[in-house]
Design a protein around this ligand. Structure first.
Ligand code: FPP
Length: 236
């Protein structure tokens, strides 16, 4: 089986999942967290090496304070106490995003989980939190500009060389999954998505379990990736 090395997920539909069950939106986020925990382990079991997920965008601060506070508290709880299975499975957790505007306990929880899992080698779970794709590129450009000012020679600088200026030096994304029925990228990992395959599903994220994930892997297996070239059959 051809397995994608790096899978990214836009975990959409938590609010609608909850609303359809007469629950408050936050309960959808709680259910989504449980799904994420299981999926991260399942993805690694299937041979995926890096899983990136969109947990909170820089624009999500526009939501009601109550929902924002709930998501912040959820993150603190998960990072401090609930990620034990992920750690035991040997998964390294990294967080991508800006730390400004975050509460001190959230920053501490982020530092804790990264420190606790830093030597894990079985795979990487990259959680995008207070994250924006354009912001990541801007922040990387500023770091590169600083290096240039300090004497870096960029005569032979290539697009691959830019990855190390991003929040984490992760490989390009092979497969992007978006749950919840919307067909857009929403400012998510724009640099890393350049040649990825897209998989959209109407399933809400809390219901996106192992078998749904496997469907996306199956679709990926049958895609013909050409990276701007042509495949062997067409060239003959
Ligand atoms: C989008 O659904 C989802 C979010 C803004 C939050 C996603 C967060 C999680 C799944 C929890 C992550 C937890 C950890 C521990 C990292 P939406 O609220 O926009 O849903 P809607 O489109 O149905 O309103």
């Amino acid at each position: 089986m051809k397995v994608p090395n790096h899978v990214a997920i836009i975990m959409d539909g938590n609010g609608r999942w909850a609303k359809e069950r007469g629950m408050v939106r936050s309960e959808g986020h709680l259910e989504g967290s449980k799904t994420l925990e299981k999926l991260a382990i399942h993805a690694m079991d299937m041979g995926v090496k890096v899983l990136s997920v969109y947990a909170f965008s820089t624009d999500n601060f526009k939501r009601d304070k109550q929902e924002v506070d709930y998501l912040m508290n959820l993150i603190v709880k998960y990072f401090n106490t609930k990620f034990e299975k992920i750690n035991k499975r040997g998964i390294k957790v990294v967080i991508s995003g800006r730390k400004e505007n975050l509460r001190r306990d959230v920053i501490e929880a982020i530092n804790n989980i990264q420190e606790k899992t830093k030597d894990n080698k079985e795979g990487i779970l990259n959680i995008c939190f207070n994250y924006g794709g354009q912001e990541e590129i801007v922040d990387a450009a500023i770091k590169l500009a600083t290096d240039i000012k300090e004497g870096l020679n960029v005569t032979n600088f290539k697009r691959e060389d830019f990855y190390k200026y991003l929040y984490h030096d992760l490989p390009p994304i092979d497969l992007l999954i978006r749950t919840g029925g919307e067909l857009r990228v929403s400012n998510f990992m724009l640099y890393q998505l350049s040649y990825s395959e897209f998989y959209f599903t109407n399933t809400y994220f809390p219901d996106f379990g192992k078998s749904e994930f496997n469907k996306a892997l199956f679709m990926y297996e049958n895609r013909d990736r050409r990276f701007g070239g042509i495949n062997d059959k067409e060239s003959k």
